[in-house]
Ligand binder design. Structure first.
Ligand SMILES: Cc1ncc(COP(=O)(O)O)c(C=O)c1O
Length: 465
């Protein structure tokens, strides 16, 4: 007898009984359910546990199982007072919800910011986490800034003057961004950002009360002359930048621009927050070193996360800076949530220092290349009017320009009706975009699914014509 079928039968039976009975009514015992559904006691217990979690059933140890008080039977609360108490909704919240929404079954997600599950090194990370969980020390309170050996790994990866003591471990890059904006600025300050840029950084900066000023970027990254002008005009002391495979537009900061950007930052007496989110996602060639590797006077705040190259559930990242800026980051981090769970830190270190790590990166590189090329080929085949801004040499996304007259938001809505999820370009800009764009994620699906996704997108474009 299939256990899953038996589980479904017991759940359905209990649901039906609970729906038709008053709260407090006793439900059949485990023994009765076992006989009636020819299910094992383990299966019946699992079914009851699920219904308890759903709030339909209450288990009273030693006495049996009873129908729980049904939430729908309470009168609907009047929550309208909250609109007055809370005031307007913060900017950018909807875009963040859309970014993290889980695609409905049957839809093709060309919008996720992470690798799809097939590309996660599940066996390696599972084994690392199991080893970590067995070690009592992993559960104890360690240094609030995170394990020294893990901080040392992140500092070495940054490749410059940063040391373990300069780094602090964070539960992912988003948390690190929020901490950095809060630690290094005061509400009302200005932060400069590339345009377009990561919408989560825009949301975090706004949540920190910052005025966000965009500086245009092109296929070679941010434009240094406009960056220098923006520093002069605004007096900003912080510039958020992704020099490598920038999300969403895929640009790598060109070699000639690296010095110009560093000069502009130094001349302004400012910090550059380097979000190196995609260092492990190289598809072609060797990535240039982080800007932090050539930063003699401590202008660069370095941020690196493992969520993109491992799995979104491995919420381990690090942020670091030298001097008082580093100290401010560490103090701000403690206020957020004290420290990152010890087993997670230990598992992350175990993974990135194991032979499995290099193997994973090599496999990933091949898979990302195949997926990027499949997406580009599908665009040429089904949607030649939609043009990639560049062929990204790494990362997870292709940024495409739409033909004039096509609205990115309308297209995203029409695409959802065709069961393909794409991200419109508008929320990635801190000001009005000059043209309509879409961000298409090639890492989120295998090549054949990408082709079908673009085919559906083409149908959505035709529907708007
Ligand atoms: C550029 C960039 N930075 C940071 C993050 C935050 O990622 P996480 O918090 O999962 O590390 C993202 C996620 O999409 C991103 O694209």
């Amino acid at each position: 007898m299939n256990d899953d079928n038996a589980l479904v039968r017991v759940i359905q039976d209990l649901r039906t009984r609970a729906a038709g009975a008053a709260p407090g009514t006793r439900l059949p015992s485990i023994r009765e359910l076992t006989g009636r559904h020819r299910a094992s006691p383990v299966t019946v217990t699992r079914a009851i546990r699920q219904l308890v979690a759903d709030g339909l059933v209450e288990a009273r140890p030693g006495r049996g199982t009873f129908v729980a008080a049904h939430p729908d039977r309470h009168p609907l609360p009047d929550l309208s007072w909250q609109a007055v108490a809370l005031g307007p909704r913060p900017d950018g919240e909807e875009a963040m919800q859309a970014l993290l929404a889980v695609a409905r079954p049957g839809t093709i997600p060309l919008s996720s910011g992470y690798l799809d599950a097939e590309l996660h090194p599940v066996a390696a990370i599972g084994a690392a986490l199991a080893r970590a969980a067995r070690q009592p020390a992993a559960w104890q309170r360690g240094p609030v800034e995170g394990r020294e050996d893990l901080r040392a790994w992140f500092a070495r990866e940054a490749g410059g003057g940063l040391r373990a003591d300069d780094m602090v471990i964070c539960p992912g890059g988003q948390a690190a961004l929020s901490t950095a904006f809060r630690a290094l600025t005061a509400p009302g300050d200005t932060v400069l950002v590339e345009s377009p840029t990561y919408l989560g950084a825009l949301a975090a900066a706004r949540a920190a009360g910052l005025r966000v000023v965009p500086v245009p970027a092109d296929v070679d990254g941010v434009r240094p002359e406009l960056l220098a002008a923006a520093f002069t005009r605004t007096g900003a002391r912080l510039f958020y930048c992704q020099p490598l495979y920038a999300n969403p537009h895929g640009a790598v900061l060109a070699t000639a621009r690296r010095t110009q950007v560093a000069d502009a930052v130094r001349a302004a007496g400012a910090f550059l927050l380097e979000d190196d989110y995609a260092r492990d996602l190289t598809i072609e060639g060797e990535p240039p070193p982080p800007l932090a590797a050539d930063d003699p006077d401590g202008h660069v705040i370095y941020l690196r996360s493992l969520t993109k190259s491992v799995a979104p559930g491995l919420r381990v990242a690090a942020i670091g800076a030298r001097g008082p800026a580093g100290a401010r980051l560490r103090s701000a981090r403690v206020l957020d949530d004290f420290f990152v769970a010890g087993p997670m830190q230990q598992a992350a270190l175990d993974l990135v220092t194991s032979p499995a790590w290099d193997r994973h990166l090599r496999t990933l590189r091949k898979a990302l290349r195949a997926r990027r090329d499949a997406l580009l080929a599908a665009l040429r085949r089904h949607l030649p009017a939609v043009t990639p801004v560049c062929v990204p040499r790494g990362g997870l996304h292709v940024w495409v320009g739409l033909p004039e007259g096509l609205d990115d938001t309308e297209l995203a809505v029409a695409a959802a009706a065709e069961r393909v999820v794409v991200f419109p370009g508008r929320p990635w800009h801190a000001a009005e975009p000059l043209a309509p764009y879409l961000r298409l994620t090639f890492a989120a699906a295998p090549p054949d699914v990408l082709d079908e996704g673009v085919r559906r997108l083409a149908r959505a474009v035709s529907a708007l014509d």
